[in-house]
Design a protein around this ligand. Structure first.
Ligand code: ATP
Ligand code: MG
Length: 870
């Protein structure tokens, strides 16, 4: 059975059991502080399990894109080395939210695997939770008895808390689980070792394919468990592993999910898969990682220097490194796999097809830039080796190369090995640990349990219509972090505060009780669909009635920027073309930032047209037309642009100003005239094919012009109030460059004279033309003179010193013939003589330079030079 059909069969099976079939949620999470990427099928449904929201259907099935490369689930280092862990994989799942429980979940899983997919029962094992003393939990006999109806008892295994008790995180819903494992070894292998003994033992052919989680407890912050009011089912089956079983192969990479990619890598690199283990690992790494990176970019997450973007960058770099080292690919090639990928997976995941060009561009540029880093790193590594005494490179040096230049440590180690050097690995690991400790200490955080004052799950957001409200605190908790100290998180029964989301910052403001006791709300964020207000202090009386007041000025400025962002989006599509798509935005009170796909720098004319377009709509006084809680289809029918796939169950809000219609949860001005004026402050590149515009509106524009005006008058003043300041400045520049040329010519003359003098002063010492002298030249002049004289003699030993701005400089030139025959080394000379001037330096064996802070040591250094000739 082809993989496409396997996916469809799974979904149809559960559709027949009254499940709503929903598309995969985006893999990149934007508004969840606890998670960067969806790492299991349940992540997008967290709010349903926590009881913060109601699903539309109590039964759902889907195939969810998952990424396990950071945090609690991190399989990155396994990928490539084994045959059944991926970074990105699909998790097939069926879900019950307070609907069916263990009996149906177990019966249906068994029916699907053995009757629909017709997997031989004799290769399956199932596990049940054996209980745990610490948690005072008994064995899951309920599950055991249910399995007994389908499976002989010798195939039902008991498992411990590690394998058979599933927890969402340190806190939250959890419960026992039953896993289903397959044993796909040959009959011969099976005769040698009983499959039972290999379950959960990391055997590549005895692997877990499906995990059925029975969500029935809630783990509290103090570690104790309480029963959940509603019991849920959460199952996850690895799609690629299921394909491996159904296609009768021994590795996920031999299924039709991966073979087209592997063939393409073979074609591009000229290497063959399954001939040489090292090459195989590299090919697996690359065909796995290109999927993870391509899907992330399609979801709107570009590689970058921090957060989720950095995780993606590291995955791609890992792929580049394996290609560089084991497949001899020194130029970009991974981007070329995107064609095959989007062809094979584009029908199940249309975002790949739509964004193919962008994905290719971004990957290619990332590859190029990392390959440059690798080349640079190789040069630095050579230098380190040159400076190394003995045969072991210190851990500190290797760490610097790794940390500052991004040069991978395994590559360092490999190259050193090939050149007969060793790496002080213990030293390196010590440095790495130190760095980890530093960042852990900085991010350490602990969260208390909620103190519940009022049991009220429905929290209403009224901030589209009001900036003030009378509220009650329904629950609160303390969060302690090293970075920010103690903070309190408060939840209200209703709130006018907008929580950070959709690029827009969270509201600030205050809370006041009847006695005038005030606490400031410093930020507002959403967690699992609950709006949380952050304060430094807890109100004196938490049970009081409060007036909650949003900082209206900040909100208003933010709204100007948000509405302007929509108009900017429209303007860009109008001026540049409809290939422009939003790739990210940040809406603050002081400025806005908008990232979008476009292939070249905007010209001055284009920028002006965009600005004019937006300002024309501001002048046009367009009113806000808002439609809340409408179904997605309706919004799209009205012409709204759907951005990165919305999550299942979301109704949307459509925001319209004239011809600009967007799906948006943010807050906006009532009329575009409120914005007053729009001004672009910068335009730049973020990545290949992605541009960024920063802009300001309203008050900020006034400030901007005033500041510019002030700078202009200051400049005019400096130009003696010239009538035409631009012309005056151009004159100054011209004068300056002609003066520079004159100085250069003078310096050249001087160097020529000095060269002539020095030539006359060379003395023959044991057949070597020798001179050690202090000269009146700068570093560049010394280098010129040394190289010119060097070109005239093949037995030259020159040590030139200079004093400049209170600093000392030593440069040594030794003809290459002397370096080779007399064992002389300029680098060594300046390092040793550098001591006299209290400095250091280095370079190459024939030319090296040292700088130091003690010019009075120059004489001594020059005197010492002759000693090298003996
Ligand atoms: P394993 O022990 O094999 O790593 P797991 O216990 O981490 O699996 P779960 O978290 O229970 O797995 O995930 C449910 C299912 O998802 C697994 O049964 C497996 O089929 C699949 N799966 C988990 N991790 C990966 C991965 N890195 N690559 C591919 N499939 C995976
Ligand atoms: Mg795992």
């Amino acid at each position: 059975m082809k993989s496409q059909e396997i996916r469809a069969t799974f979904l149809n099976f559960f559709k027949d059991k009254q499940h709503a079939i929903v598309p995969s949620a985006p893999m990149v999470l934007k508004d969840d502080p606890t998670l960067m990427f969806v790492n299991s099928g349940m992540a997008p449904f967290k709010e349903f399990f926590l009881g913060n929201a109601e699903p539309k259907s109590s039964r759902i099935a889907d195939s969810q894109k998952c990424l396990r490369v950071s945090g609690k689930h991190n399989d990155l280092e396994e990928v490539g080395y084994d045959t059944y862990h991926h970074t990105l994989f699909e998790m097939l799942g069926n879900w019950s939210f307070g609907d069916y429980f263990k009996e149906e979940a177990i019966a249906w899983a068994w029916e699907l695997l053995t009757e629909v997919f017709k997997i031989d029962k004799d290769i399956l094992y199932v596990t049940v939770f054996e209980g745990d003393e610490g948690d005072k939990l008994p064995m899951d006999t309920e599950a055991y008895d249910l399995w007994k109806k389908h499976v002989p008892e010798n195939r039902i295994l008991k498992g411990n808390k590690k394998d058979n008790f599933w927890e969402m995180g340190d806190q939250g819903p959890c419960g026992p689980c039953s896993e289903i494992h397959v044993d796909i070894r040959s009959a011969e292998e099976k005769a040698k070792v009983d499959g039972k003994d290999l379950v959960n033992m990391d055997h590549p052919q005895v692997v877990e394919i499906w995990n059925l989680v029975f969500m029935q407890y809630n783990r509290k912050a103090n570690g104790s468990l309480e029963p959940l009011p509603n019991k849920h089912i959460d199952t996850g089956m690895g799609f690629e592993r299921l394909c491996m079983v159904l296609q009768n192969v021994q590795s996920n990479y031999d299924t039709d999910v991966f073979t087209p990619l592997i063939r393409e890598v073979e074609t591009i690199t000229g290497k063959n898969y399954s001939k040489d283990e090292k090459v195989d690992v590299a090919i697996r790494v690359i065909s796995d990682h290109v999927r993870a990176v391509a899907f992330s970019i399609a979801d709107g997450q570009l590689p970058s220097n921090n957060g989720a973007g950095y995780v993606i960058r590291r995955i791609l770099r890992r792929a580049v490194r394996y290609g560089f080292t084991f497949l001899d690919k020194k130029e970009p090639f991974i981007y070329r796999l995107v064609d095959v990928l989007s062809e094979k997976m584009g029908s199940a995941f249309p975002e790949l097809k739509q964004q193919k060009q962008l994905i290719q561009n971004v990957i290619k540029e990332e590859e190029q830039s990392f390959l440059r880093t690798l080349e640079q790193g190789l040069i630095l590594l050579n230098r380190i080796v040159e400076e190394t005494k003995g045969h072991t490179v210190s851990g500190e040096k290797a760490f610097e190369l790794y940390d500052t230049y991004g040069f991978p440590i395994d590559l360092t180690s490999l190259i050193l090995g090939e050149n007969g050097y060793k790496l002080d690995e213990a030293g390196f690991n010590k440095e790495l640990q130190k760095q980890k400790d530093r960042s852990r200490a900085a991010s350490e955080m602990s969260t208390d349990d909620w103190t519940v004052l009022i049991n009220d799950a429905d929290q209403e957001f009224i901030g589209y219509d009001a900036l003030e409200a009378n509220v009650k605190i329904t629950r609160y908790r303390k969060v302690t972090s090293k970075k920010e100290g103690d903070m309190y998180q408060l939840v209200f029964n209703l709130t006018p505060f907008y929580a950070e989301g959709g690029g827009q910052v969270g509201d600030k403001g205050y809370l006041e009780d009847v006695n005038g006791d005030v606490v400031y709300i410093l930020d507002t964020k959403k967690e699992n669909n609950v709006i949380i207000h952050f304060t430094k202090n807890l109100p004196k009386n938490v049970e009081a009635a409060f007036k909650a007041v949003v900082d209206a000025k900040q909100r208003y400025r933010t709204e100007c920027n948000h509405t302007a962002t929509h108009l900017l989006h429209q303007a860009l599509r109008e001026v540049l073309g409809t290939h422009v798509e939003q790739k990210g935005s940040a809406v603050h009170s002081k400025y806005l930032r908008f990232d979008f796909s476009h292939f070249s720098k905007l010209t001055v004319d284009e920028l002006r047209d965009v600005e004019n377009f937006v300002n024309a709509r501001i002048d046009g006084k367009l009113p806000l037309e808002e439609k809340r809680n409408i179904p997605m289809d309706e919004a799209i029918a009205q012409g709204a642009m759907a951005l990165f796939g919305e999550k299942y169950g979301d109704t949307v809000r459509a925001i319209r100003f004239g011809q600009s219609i967007e799906l948006c949860g943010g807050t906006h001005v009532k009329n575009t005239a409120d914005i007053w004026h729009f001004k672009i402050t910068s335009e730049s590149a973020v990545a290949a094919g992605i541009r960024r515009i920063e802009a300001i509106t309203n008050d900020a524009v006034k400030d901007f012009y005033q500041e510019n005006n002030r700078a202009f008058f200051e400049m005019k003043d400096l130009l003696n109030n010239a009538k035409e300041p631009v012309k005056a400045l151009q004159n100054l520049q011209e004068e300056n460059s002609s003066l520079k040329k004159q100085i250069e010519a003078l310096l050249k003359d001087k160097a020529k004279n000095i060269k002539g003098e020095l030539k006359g002063e060379l003395v023959d010492v044991n057949g070597i033309q020798f001179l050690a002298k202090k000269v009146d030249l700068d570093a560049a002049g010394i280098k010129d003179v040394a190289f010119e004289l060097g070109g005239q003699y093949n037995n030259l030993f020159l040590l030139l010193a200079a004093e400049q701005n209170g600093k000392a400089l030593l440069s040594c030139y030794i003809s290459k013939e002397l370096v080779a025959n007399k064992d002389l080394n300029a680098g060594q000379v300046v390092r040793e003589l550098g001591k006299f001037i209290q400095g250091g330096g280095g370079g190459q064996p024939f030319f090296a330079t040292a700088g130091g802070k003690n010019p009075s040591g120059i004489e001594a250094a020059l005197k010492e030079a002759k000693a090298y000739l003996n």
